[in-house]
Every structure is written in structure tokens, then in C-alpha cells.
Design a protein around this ligand. Structure first.
Ligand SMILES: NC(=O)c1ccc[n+]([C@@H]2O[C@H](COP(=O)([O-])OP(=O)(O)OC[C@H]3O[C@@H](n4cnc5c(N)ncnc54)[C@H](OP(=O)(O)O)[C@@H]3O)[C@@H](O)[C@H]2O)c1
Length: 289
């Protein structure tokens, strides 16, 4: 029952129709008996500042931030968690008595998904495909953990910028290469972990893959952060090659768990949130067919 005591949370995005956070968080709030409610808000780029001011004025307790606002939202916040500051992107805001603090839960969510499958990336050779927003968080957390990172991107300039900028701050040697077959084949020869952060293979282009099947091998861990479809062509071909695979939905669940715990200070119901993510993804996949 919604009342004057109900604490309101939001998710801002544009478009917003696809967001899964309300289904997942509201199920978790109910499970823990919390009088909390999360609702979606479509926020246009040019209205972002006003939306954040509105969050303060309306005493909205927390907001998930998704595309295209993760970087642009930073100037409107009062404080940044150190990890969000170093990555330069925010996907969770907490409102503590009018003080808005930005967090990045994509990076710990990604790491937690790896560790949860028994994979320790420290000291390993990791090949990361893509240099967009998600790669920022993934590359940073892997380099910080002590992996040897190679970034390959279709647009070489973007890979270089990522390697020199965010990752340069870690004073780590990061290799940036153009994403082509020759570079990929060479990088994968020495690799322990392959992470796809590009949108290649994402619905509706589910028959595409960023890596040709003959380059995959059984001693590789393949993590595809694409969430729709749940099992991408890359993951299917990696499985067929005998590789260990990790799905994007694991990262999605763990980043949501981290955000939930920041907001509530309570242990998140992991299994329930994972079930809700799977349900939401199945609905999304049916809708996109
Ligand atoms: N599992 C999770 O929790 C989670 C979290 C965040 C994002 N994601 C997923 O990660 C993916 C990327 O998201 P993002 O926010 O990083 O997007 P983004 O900022 O738009 O970056 C897209 C990346 O994909 C590359 N790319 C796009 N089309 C390509 C093509 N045809 N061939 C080669 N490379 C191509 C881009 O290369 P250029 O630089 O050359 O354009 C860029 O590196 C999406 O599928 C998103 O749903 C998952």
C-alpha cells in the first residue's frame, strides 16, 4: 500500500521502456517488507539537471542512472564515491538528507560476477572488446585488480583514449589495438579471459558475433556482458569450444545487488533478484522477437 511513508526511488533513462530495475528492486523491497517503491522516469539529455534538482526537491531517495546519462549526470551531484570518480561514470545516486552521492556499481558488479564463478583475474591476461561506457567500468576494475589488459575497439582512437585517460590514472601499461581479426588472433593466443563489452550480438542482431568461432579455445573464460539475448552467439560458440562462459545477466544482477545495498544498508535478496532479472529478460526477448 502506497502511503505518505513510502520512500520513492527512480530510474532515469532515455528511452526508458526497456528498463528492468523497477521490476527487480520492487520485488526485492517487497521481499524484505520495505515500504519502498521504484518508478521509471524518461529524462531527456537537456532536462538532466532539472531532473536531478527534482530528485532533491521531491526527496526521491535513490536513482539508477542508465544510458545516456551516466557521465553527464556527474556535475549535478554533490559528492562522488571514489570509485565513481576514478571511472568517471555514475549509475546509482543516493540521496542522504539532500546530499546526492554518485556511485558506480557496474565495475564491482562485473568483478563480483567473475569472482562468483571462481575466476580471479589478478595477474591474468584479459582481452577486452569495446571502449564505450561499459568498457570504462570493466577495464578500470580489471586493471585495478592487477590484470594485464588489452583493449580492442573498432574505433582505435576510442581505445587509446580509454587506455590513456581513465586507465592511465592507474599508472598501468594498457595496450590499445584496433579490433580486427589479426590483432584479435594474436591477443587471444596469450589470453586467459575474453570480455565482450561491445554491443555486437545484442538483440535484434543476435546472429552477429565479435569473435569468429575458430579463435575461441577451451582454456579461455568468455564473459559477454550483453544481456539481451541471455545467451549470445559468442557465448554459444565459446561453450561449443569448451570454454567457461559467464553471462551479462550475472553482471546485471550483481550491480543491482550493490545498488540495493547502498540504498537500504541491508543484504539484498540475491536469488530473488536474479530470478526477476531472468523473468524481465525473457519478457524483453519475447517483445523483441
Ligand atoms: N551486463 C550489464 O550489466 C551491462 C552493463 C552495461 C552495459 N551492458 C551492455 O554492454 C553493451 C555496450 O554498452 P555501452 O554502454 O558500453 O555502449 P556504448 O558506449 O555505445 O559502446 C558500444 C561499443 O560497442 C562497439 N561497437 C558497436 N557496434 C559495433 C560493431 N558493429 N562492430 C564492432 N564494435 C561495435 C563500439 O565501438 P566504436 O567505439 O567503434 O563505436 C563501442 O566500443 C550493450 O550491449 C549493453 O547492453 C551490459
Amino acid at each position: 500500500m502506497i502511503s505518505g511513508r513510502t520512500r520513492i526511488f527512480g530510474v532515469i533513462s532515455d528511452p526508458v521502456e526497456h528498463v528492468m530495475a523497477p521490476a527487480i528492486n520492487n520485488a526485492a523491497f517487497r521481499k524484505l517488507g520495505l515500504d519502498f517503491l521504484q518508478v521509471p522516469f524518461r529524462v531527456k539529455k537537456e532536462e538532466l539537471g532539472k531532473a536531478i534538482e527534482g530528485m532533491r526537491a521531491l526527496n526521491i531517495r535513490g536513482i539508477n542512472v542508465t544510458i545516456p546519462h551516466k557521465v553527464a549526470v556527474i556535475p549535478f551531484l554533490d559528492e562522488l564515491d571514489p570509485l565513481a570518480r576514478r571511472i568517471g561514470a555514475v549509475n546509482t545516486i543516493a540521496n542522504d538528507g539532500g546530499v546526492l552521492t554518485g556511485y558506480n556499481t557496474d565495475a564491482p558488479g562485473f568483478l563480483q560476477a567473475l569472482l562468483g564463478k571462481g575466476i580471479e583475474p589478478k595477474g591474468g591476461n584479459v582481452v577486452i572488446l569495446g571502449a564505450g561506457g561499459a568498457s570504462r567500468a570493466v577495464s578500470f576494475i580489471l586493471a585495478e585488480r592487477g590484470s594485464n589488459v588489452v583493449i580492442l575497439n573498432r574505433t582505435l582512437e576510442r581505445a587509446k583514449e580509454l587506455a590513456d585517460g581513465v586507465l592511465g590514472a592507474l599508472r598501468k601499461e594498457i595496450t590499445a589495438l584496433k579490433l580486427d581479426r589479426e590483432n584479435l588472433a594474436r591477443a587471444l593466443r596469450e589470453a586467459h579471459i575474453l570480455v565482450n563489452t561491445t554491443s555486437v550480438g545484442m538483440s535484434p542482431n543476435i546472429n552477429e558475433t565479435p569473435v569468429s568461432a575458430d579463435l575461441l579455445k577451451s582454456d579461455l573464460v568468455v564473459f559477454d556482458i550483453v544481456i539481451n539475448p541471455i545467451k549470445t552467439r559468442l557465448l554459444r560458440e565459446a561453450e561449443a569450444a569448451g570454454a567457461q562462459t559467464i553471462k551479462g545477466l550475472d553482471m546485471l544482477v550483481w550491480q543491482g545487488v550493490t545498488a540495493f545495498e547502498i540504498w537500504t544498508g541491508l543484504k539484498a535478496p540475491f536469488e530473488l533478484m536474479k530470478e526477476e532479472v531472468i523473468k524481465a529478460l525473457e519478457v524483453a526477448s519475447l517483445r523483441s522477437q
